[in-house]
Design a protein around this ligand. Structure first.
Ligand code: ARG
Ligand code: ZN
Length: 495
C-alpha cells in the first residue's frame, strides 16, 4: 500500500517494485492453511492453482512412486514463500525455472522459498521432483493410501492427495489435470477424465489421463493394479469408461451389474440435475474393501464391499449424483458438506421411487419415525456437523430429510427447478449452504430461514410438519420400512 503513496504512477510503481529487496515488508509467506475452520492446516494461502501436470512412474511390487509435478498457479499476494501439502520425498523444486529452496514442516507442509519473491498476480510454474513409498507415509497418524495385492489406490475424503501429488489441498482451489503414469506392462493406471493415449516402451506402459474441467484435489484419484477396462456411450451421448480389478472374485458379477449401468443412471440423473457436466463418466472397482465409495470426478471409486450382497445401483446413483452436487458445484468449506451428501442421498430416494421400492416421502417418513427425539441422531446438525461428524449418518439421512421438507414447503415445481438450476447457477464453482438457501429463496419466492434453521441447524428433532403429521404419527406406529431402505442404508457404511 505504501508503494502507491510514494509512486502513484503505474510505471513508477512497477519500477519501484523491482527495486524492492527480497526482505521488503510487503512480501510475506503464504499461510500454511487456506482458512477452513474444520481443517486449519489443509490447503495454503497466497496462490491459486489452475492446472496440475503429473508425470509419474509406479512399481506395484515395491509401492514406489516417482515423478514430477508441474503446477501452474497465480499469486494472490506479494509472496516471499508458499506451501504445498505433500508427504513424499522431494529432491528438487523450481519456481519459474529457477531452483528454489524447500523444507518440510507441520504434518504435511512443503515450504517453498523462491529465489526471488513473487509479486501479487504473478503467474508461476512450480516444478516438484519427488519419489517415495506412499504406504510408509502418514500424517496425523493415518494414511488414506490403500495398498492392494497388485498395486494401490488413492481415494479418500477429505484428504488423499498428500500421498501422491503436491497440492493446494482444499476444494476451494479447483484446477484441471493431466495425469500420466507409467506402470509395468500388464498393470493398468486409472485416473480421472479421458484416456488420451497409452504407449509402451522398455516393459512399461504409460497411461495419459486428462481432466479438462475444474476438479477439487480430493476428487483426483489414482488406481494402479490389474484392471479390465470397459467403454461405452450412454443414450444421452456421455462416454463411459469403467474399470474392474481382475481380482474381484465372487463380487465381480455384482460389481459389473451395478457399475455398467452408469450411462443409464447418468442420463436419468440429467433429467433432474441438467446436462452431465463432464466429458466422460464412469467408475472403477479395485480390490479394496473400504466401507465407503467416493465420488472421484468422472471416475467414481467403489470398493468391492458395496457389491458383496449383489448388485447395488443405489450406491451408483449416490456417487453419480455427486458429479453435479459436490464435483461440478463444490463446497466452499468443509462445513458445507450437506451440499454434497444431503443431495446424493436424496437422489437415492428418487431412484427408489423410480424403481418402485418406496417414494422419497415414504423414506423421509421412515427416517423421521426411526429416530426418537432423544436419539443422538438429532444432535448432529447437517448444516454444520463439525469435522468429527462430517460423514456420519445424520449428514446423509437427516440431510435428505431436510430436502424433503424443502420440497414440501415450496412445492414440486419450484423444488425441481431449484434442483436443476443449482448446478447451472454455480457451474464448476464453489458454494455454501447459505448460498443454497439464498438460491432456493430466489427461485421459490419464499423466506426459508426458519425451515433451514429447523432442519439443518438445530440440535433437536424438528416437530413433524403439519401436513405430514397424520401419516407420520398415526397411532405412534412407525411407517413401514420402504423396500429400498436396506440397500440405501448399506450404501454408505460411512463409519
Ligand atoms: N463422499 C463419500 C460418499 O458419500 C464419503 C466418504 C467418507 N470418507 C470416509 N473416509 N469415511 O460416498
Ligand atoms: Zn456421498
Amino acid at each position: 500500500m505504501h508503494r502507491r503513496i510514494i509512486a502513484p504512477g503505474a510505471l513508477a510503481a512497477a519500477s519501484l517494485m523491482l527495486a524492492i529487496p527480497a526482505s521488503a515488508a510487503s512480501y510475506s509467506p503464504g499461510a500454511p492453511g487456506i482458512g477452513d475452520p474444520y481443517y486449519p492446516a489443509y490447503g495454503n494461502g497466497g496462490y491459486d492453482v489452475s492446472h496440475y501436470d503429473l508425470r509419474l512412474q509406479y512399481q506395484p511390487t515395491t509401492d514406489e512412486l516417482a515423478g514430477t509435478a508441474t503446477i501452474l498457479a497465480k499469486t494472490t499476494q506479494d509472496l516471499s514463500r508458499f506451501n504445498l501439502d505433500f508427504l513424499l520425498d522431494v529432491s528438487e523444486v523450481r519456481v519459474n525455472g529457477a531452483a528454489a529452496t524447500f523444507a518440510t514442516s507441520g504434518q504435511h507442509e512443503l515450504e517453498i522459498t523462491p529465489k526471488t519473491p513473487l509479486p501479487k498476480g504473478t503467474p508461476i510454474t512450480v516444478v516438484v521432483r519427488y519419489s517415495g513409498v506412499p504406504s510408509t507415509k502418514s500424517a496425523y497418524g493415518f494414511t488414506t493410501w490403500h495398498r492392494t495385492p497388485d498395486g494401490a489406490v488413492a481415494a479418500d475424503e477429505p484428504e488423499s492427495a498428500w500421498w501422491w501429488f503436491p497440492s493446494n489441498d482444499h476444494p476451494s482451489d479447483k484446477a484441471t489435470y493431466d495425469v500420466s503414469v507409467a506402470v509395468p506392462n500388464g498393470t493398468q493406471a486409472i485416473s480421472n477424465g479421458t484416456l488420451q493415449s497409452t504407449s509402451s516402451q522398455l516393459g512399461w506402459t504409460r497411461y495419459n489421463w486428462r481432466q479438462n474441467k475444474p476438479q477439487a484435489t480430493y476428487l483426483a484419484t489414482l488406481a494402479l493394479g490389474r484392471f479390465d477396462i470397459t467403454t461405452s456411450t450412454s443414450d444421452g451421448g456421455v462416454p463411459v469408461i469403467n474399470a474392474y480389478s481382475k481380482d474381484l472374485g465372487d463380487n465381480d458379477g455384482a460389481a459389473r451389474a451395478s457399475v455398467e449401468r452408469t450411462g443409464e443412471i447418468v442420463d436419468w440423473l440429467s433429467g433432474y440435475f441438467g446436462p452431465y457436466p463432464f466429458s466422460t463418466a464412469g467408475g472403477y472397482v479395485p480390490n479394496t474393501t473400504t466401507g465407503y465409495a467416493l465420488e472421484t470426478q468422472t471416475r467414481v471409486y467403489y470398493s468391492q464391499r458395496q457389491f458383496a450382497n449383489g448388485a447395488n445401483t443405489s450406491v451408483v446413483v449416490h456417487e453419480l449424483a455427486h458429479q453435479w452436487y459436490g464435483d461440478d458445484v463444490s463446497l466452499k468449506g468443509w462445513k458445507d458438506i450437506w451440499i454434497n451428501e444431503g443431495f446424493a442421498r436424496y437422489a437415492q430416494w428418487l431412484w427408489s421411487e423410480h424403481e418402485g421400492e418406496g417414494t422419497a416421502q415414504q423414506l423421509a417418513d421412515y427416517v423421521y419415525a426411526s429416530h426418537p427425539a432423544d436419539d443422538a441422531f438429532w444432535t448432529i446438525a447437517p448444516g454444520d456437523p463439525g469435522p468429527e461428524d462430517q460423514f456420519e449418518l445424520p449428514v446423509y439421512d437427516r440431510g435428505a430429510l431436510a430436502i424433503q421438507a424443502l420440497r414440501n414447503e415450496i412445492g414440486d415445481d419450484a423444488f425441481f427447478a431449484v434442483l436443476k438450476g443449482w448446478p447451472k447457477e454455480h457451474a464448476y464453482g464453489n458454494a455454501s449452504v447459505a448460498d443454497f438457501r439464498a438460491y432456493a429463496e430466489q427461485v421459490s419466492g419464499k423466506s426459508l430461514s426458519a425451515l433451514f434453521d429447523t432442519w439443518l441447524f438445530q440440535p433437536t428433532k424438528p416437530a413433524a410438519p403439519a401436513a405430514r403429521s397424520a401419516s407420520i404419527t398415526k397411532a405412534g406406529v412407525a411407517p413401514v420400512q420402504p423396500k429400498s431402505w436396506k440397500k440405501i442404508a448399506a450404501t454408505n457404511d460411512v463409519h
